[in-house]
Design a protein around this ligand. Structure first.
Ligand SMILES: NC(=O)c1ccc[n+]([C@@H]2O[C@H](COP(=O)([O-])OP(=O)(O)OC[C@H]3O[C@@H](n4cnc5c(N)ncnc54)[C@H](OP(=O)(O)O)[C@@H]3O)[C@@H](O)[C@H]2O)c1
Length: 319
């Protein structure tokens, strides 16, 4: 098993992204450097990061070590990071990516995403919450933020820019007003949230889709009582048995067969390895259809903390 097996998807700026990468949200800093080193040894080349995950230093330390060991070069790796909601004011966009670059110890990243269309109050606090535990919004137009992100490409600080948690109308608005189209929209996607219409729309605009939370984010702090448990789904279990694979592997394979990019998170070496073992089998058409039927438009990440009445809340539209 190696990185050669991982398909690459050509983005609309001509760069190639490995369709499979490692997520790093909630990866404890004391485990993450080792996890990224293990992942690189196992063939992972794409790492999904964000300023708000507060662990870009640890990802950078692993990258540095593996480059020094001669296992990989910078060009072999595909690093994604994200501009946090409190950094939407155009004047601080460049300093925000520079902070991430400093933490990584890199001089460019491969794709820089706007983490969300919803800006939040600027300041030292990364989670400026009101009394109800909701991020205090600001009114900055994500279009103004995006236009500033375009300059980061011109300056060579990132090769591509994209968006995350954007709906169709928001992407259309960007496309109508941008000079550099987004390469990716990163959204939650798994068998309980198949996102068919949004994916079809993005593909029609040559925007690749990255599926986050492929296992339904089992440890998410945003879980609500009564939420379904994707990894215990009986249909998924029976398809897993049929292929002598695990339910997580079935989720990943289903996403990959839809030509999406997927970024499962784990800091456990055996799982980092297990999740990579999805290139030696195929789901047949019946499996794919049966998994498609499981969709229930359930979000593990409803962004409640972002404020349901934020003027740019993306999830009230149909897609
Ligand atoms: N753009 C956004 O707004 C956004 C939002 C959420 C997530 N993301 C990105 O997407 C990535 C993935 O999403 P996520 O971290 O929320 O959830 P996820 O990948 O669906 O699930 C991660 C959880 O599953 C466990 N796990 C991993 N492999 C497993 C396996 N083979 N068997 C059983 N359990 C397994 C992990 O545990 P251990 O680590 O303990 O092994 C961890 O608790 C994030 O890390 C982040 O990079 C982006």
């Amino acid at each position: 098993m190696g990185h050669e097996q991982v398909p690459k998807i050509e983005l609309n700026n001509g760069t190639l992204i490995p369709a499979f990468g490692l997520g790093t949200w909630m990866s404890p800093p004391d485990k993450l450097t080792q996890a990224v080193k293990d992942a690189i040894d196992l063939g992972y080349r794409h790492f999904d990061c964000a300023f708000i995950y507060d662990n870009e230093n640890e990802v950078g330390a692993a990258i540095k070590a593996k480059i020094e060991e001669g296992v990989v070069s910078r060009e072999d790796l595909f690093i994604v990071s994200k501009l946090w909601n409190t950094c939407h004011r155009p004047e601080i966009v460049e300093s925000s990516i520079r902070k991430s670059l400093d933490k990584f110890g890199l001089d460019y990243i491969d794709v820089y995403l706007m983490h969300s269309p919803m800006g939040a109050q600027e300041g030292d606090e990364l989670y400026p919450l009101d009394d109800d535990g909701v991020l205090i919004p600001n009114d900055i137009d994500y279009l103004d933020t995006y236009k500033e992100m375009e300059k980061l490409v011109e300056k060579g600080l990132t090769k591509g820019i994209g968006v995350s948690n954007f709906n169709k109308a928001q992407i259309e608005r960007i496309l109508e007003n941008c000079t550099i189209p987004p390469v990716i929209n990163q959204v939650e996607c798994h068998p309980y949230l198949s996102q068919e219409k949004l994916i079809e729309f993005c593909k029609s605009k040559s925007i690749a889709v990255t599926a986050f939370a492929p296992f339904g984010s089992p440890e998410s702090p945003f879980k609500q009582p009564g939420d379904p448990v994707l990894l215990e789904d009986l249909v998924l279990k029976s398809i897993a048995n049929k292929h002598t694979k695990s339910v997580p592997q079935i989720c990943l394979r289903w996403i990959l067969q839809k030509d999406l990019i997927v970024i499962p998170k784990s800091v456990t070496k055996s799982r980092i390895e297990e999740n990579m073992q999805v290139f030696d089998f195929e789901l047949d058409e019946e499996d794919m259809v049966n998994i498609n039927y499981l969709n229930r438009d359930w979000r593990s990440f409803p962004a409640r903390i972002m404020g349901l009445d934020h003027r740019y809340y993306p999830f009230n539209d149909e897609f």
